[in-house]
Design a protein around this ligand. Structure first.
Ligand SMILES: Cc1ncc(COP(=O)(O)O)c(C=O)c1O
Length: 246
């Protein structure tokens, strides 16, 4: 039996892909087209903004920059900013009302659901974010991007520098022209993480970027209160790690 759009319940995506692909934003117009297809076929658009949301990419919701809204949206990490563990699922009024006017029962709980201390901390975080902090993200992110490009744009083993806001990824390649990856056995992303950490910089490495096995990248997601001087520090520490391992 051939499956059609009527067999599809939802389309799930990360607006800016985080850990698995290394800060990859969508091509222009991608999510507008996905939204159109979803709307035309009664398919829900579910966006996972656990990593890229809450200001990380320069707007409170990452999808704002793609000109779409989700039917269901997941947020977490930046919602508590590390002060409290908290995640949340947001949904459109239409979905909320369907449940409220239906059984009224949403069977999806955790032991500590609605934990008041976590909620209070995340409210304080949201007030900071919407009180001007998110506005710093794009100017700082553009500065960070510029500094990374100046320092490593021509590096023989950096295949791509990408991202949005203070969410930046660098692809590590064996050959800059062909973008051929290093042999996964070399574990270059892990070695870079270790060398960067020894130099005083915590970055998020991942391998298997291309096909689950090949491909290496590192992610940078610095605090929204970082200074211009600290951007220089990030670049200097990365340079030490690259010199040691690449
Ligand atoms: C994009 C994305 N979604 C979901 C998760 C899982 O989130 P949680 O640990 O809050 O379930 C992660 C964790 O890193 C993530 O990066």
């Amino acid at each position: 039996q051939r499956l059609g759009p009527e067999n599809v319940m939802a389309f799930v995506a990360e607006p800016v892909v985080g850990a698995t692909a290394g800060a990859v934003p969508p091509v222009d117009g991608y999510f507008k087209r996905i939204r159109e297809i979803c709307d035309a076929n009664g398919i829900l658009l579910i966006l996972d903004e656990v990593m890229c949301g809450m200001g990380r990419t320069g707007t409170l919701f990452a999808c704002e920059q793609d000109g779409v809204t989700a039917d269901i949206l997941a947020i977490a990490k930046g919602l508590g900013a590390g002060y409290q563990p908290i995640g949340a699922m947001l949904c459109s009024g239409k979905i909320y009302e369907a449940i409220e006017n239906g059984s009224g029962f949403f069977q999806h709980g955790h032991t500590y659901i609605g934990h008041p201390t976590a909620c209070a901390a995340s409210l304080a975080v949201l007030r900071k974010l919407t009180g001007g902090l998110v506005d710093q993200v794009n100017p700082l992110g553009n500065m960070l991007d510029g500094a990374l490009r100046d320092a490593f744009g021509q590096h023989p083993h950096i295949g791509d520098i990408r991202g949005r806001g203070l969410f930046r990824g660098m692809e590590i390649v064996e050959d800059r022209d062909t973008k051929a990856p290093f042999d996964p056995k070399r574990g270059v992303n892990k070695a870079l993480k270790k060398a960067a950490f020894e130099a005083g910089l915590a970055c998020y490495p991942m391998g298997g970027t291309i096909d689950g096995v090949r491909g290496d990248h590192i992610l940078l997601a610095p605090p929204f209160i970082m200074t211009e001087a600290q951007i220089g520090e990030v670049v200097d520490k990365l340079a030490v790690a690259f010199k040691k391992e690449l």
